[in-house]
Design a protein around this ligand. Structure first.
Ligand code: SAM
Length: 217
């Protein structure tokens, strides 16, 4: 039986796609409707901090709480007085309580441990998109760091907002560069995690889950 993963704060499912590629059966939860969610039959609209499941029914839980309280991109809105709730500590408490192997993902500057630091060039992607990952209950090694991409070393790259040194702001080109070709809207692409990151971490989690299953057999 395939191991089961829950993707909390899933948006259109960049992470869900990567976890499925790693070998998980994946369910996604988001508080807003997600018409572009990658596996539409497995989407549940709910508050990720009060999900309508027993979390212990999953083998692995991923959580990507909103990054706006910490991101550089939202700094100007915070300076202008807009307030964003920090859901990281409540998410971690919930995952600790469940006792299931987990990963919390966020931007640099977020209050999570940077157990892993991943960037696009590590996976051959045309975007830097540096993200931090706190993992619990299993172990993974970081891939070797790679030089950042940008105007100085090539025109074929994309910024976090989808603008590229290749001179195109076309959403489809940007989505392809991130590996999220099924997402069509710019705002949703902007929120996505490249599936390659989640696949990498998901494979490490699956190794651990299989080892535990063998040990218990
Ligand atoms: C950065 S996006 C996640 C990106 C996603 N991991 C991916 O790979 O595409 C954060 C998401 O959290 C959702 N969100 C915000 N507060 C939430 C809550 N309390 N419960 C569930 N989802 C929430 C937002 O609607 C948004 O889609």
């Amino acid at each position: 039986m395939k191991p089961r993963a829950l993707d909390l704060f899933c948006c259109a499912g960049g992470v869900s796609k990567g976890l499925a590629d790693a070998g998980f059966d994946v369910w996604g939860v988001d508080i807003r409707p997600q018409p572009e969610y990658v596996h539409s039959s497995r989407f549940v609209q709910a508050d990720a901090l009060a999900p309508p499941f027993d979390l212990r029914a999953f083998d692995f839980i991923w959580a990507s709480p909103p990054c706006q309280p910490f991101s550089i991109g939202a700094a100007r809105w915070r300076t202008a007085g807009r307030e964003y709730p920090d859901l990281v500590a409540a998410t971690r408490d919930m995952l600790d309580e469940a006792g299931v192997p987990y990963c919390i993902e966020n931007v640099p500057g977020a209050p999570i441990r940077a157990d892993l630091v991943l960037t696009g060039p590590m996976f051959g992607l045309k975007t830097n998109r540096r993200r931090h990952f706190e993992i619990g209950g299993f172990f993974a090694l970081n891939p070797p760091m790679r030089p950042v991409v940008g105007p100085k070393n090539g025109r074929d790259y994309f910024t976090a907002a989808g603008h590229g040194g290749n001179g195109t702001g076309k959403a489809s080109v940007w989505a392809e560069g991130m590996g999220v070709e099924w997402i069509k809207t710019r705002e949703t692409i902007a929120q996505a995690i490249p599936p390659a990151y989640a696949e990498f971490i998901g494979r490490a989690a699956i190794q651990h889950i299989r080892h535990e299953r063998r040990a218990a057999a």
